[in-house]
Design a protein around this ligand. Sequence first.
Ligand code: R2B
Ligand code: URA
Length: 253
Amino acid sequence: MPLGEEKNGACDRTIYVNNPHLDSMTDDILYHFNLGTSTHDLPAMFGDVKHGMGIPSISIMLHELIKLLYHARCTDVTVVRIGTSGGIGLKPGTVVVTKQSVDSLFQPRFEQIILGKPVVRSTELDGELAEELLQCGKDLAEFETVIGNTMCTLDFYEGQARLDGAFCSYSEEDKQSYLAEAYAAGVRNIEMESSVFAAMCKLSNLRAAVVCVTLLDRLKGDQLTSSHDILNSYQQQPQTLVGHYIKKRLNAS
Ligand code: R2B
Ligand code: URA
């Protein structure tokens, strides 16, 4: 098949791999995970894996990822959260590299309740890494890449000032004025995981960055009306950018 003619996965819920050789292998050793298809019952071990959304899901995952990295005695680890977001004043499909992850009051902090008491943690990210990632976006020149603050919310609807949730007690003007305030505070996109990600990475000494594509401009609407194909292609962009960064780093070492 000529390059560029690869098909995307089928629109069912299965995981798609594009390699005719895989099915004829009696064992497929996943060397870096120390797992193999003949030595481990992968469906039993991982068949129920699902990815959740928002702070609770990512924080559970990070607790265990951080312990895994610790037990494995890893050093010099860089972690990048990639994902989707709603943009503010940006063309849909723009990739935002996060400068600061801020809360709904535009503060760079994450509040965790521990033993019934609020504990406030910093959400500072690695500034140098963010600049390197921004440069990768510019090297690629395939899509717009900007740096800006990312607002992390506890909810997709009211928490992000949407007018289309099950409940809404504010007007279009209220929404626009809140988003304008966010924009003035440097916020360029909104998502639901970056604050706890930044806080936990900082606590555990992991070099961390957040790279999210914007699926829509929230100043213009709330619903995701772009086609499935367009949304899919937007979703590839943070991976493309981070893939370029990884290659650049490997070539430099
Ligand atoms: C971005 O997109 C998801 C909500 O649609 C959420 O996981 C996030 O942070
Ligand atoms: N993810 C979000 O959290 N918000 C959006 O508007 C789009 C994706």
